[in-house]
Design a protein around this ligand. Sequence first.
Ligand SMILES: [Zn+2]
Length: 127
Amino acid sequence: MKIQDARDFVYGRSRGWCEVRIPGVCFGRAGNWHHRNTVGRVWAPSNGLHVCGSGSCGCHGWITEHPAMANEYGWALRSGQSSQLEPAVIASQGCWCYLTETGLYVPARDRAVPPMPNVDRPRRPQR
Ligand SMILES: [Zn+2]
């Protein structure tokens, strides 16, 4: 699939909002594409998430920095995992979803959603 076609499907699917939404990390509006499985960096709607931030901040940064934890949510896949066969936790749907190659969510409601990542937030300065 052409890169622009893959982007069009995924950015239409997200409606411009971050699909991951990690509390304390997320900026809300999505700004870029994240490859779930980075092997070959395949441009396919099942392999993409529309996320906030960049490689170093927001949900995109968190996924990049925590690949093992992100794998528990399907946001990052291991090399042998298929993006078509592995669902991802999608915030707007509140459940695991398979991501189709036409930019649709197919809920996988039989699978329990894990609690969102517990992110260390900066502490307020002591008075
Ligand atoms: Zn986000």
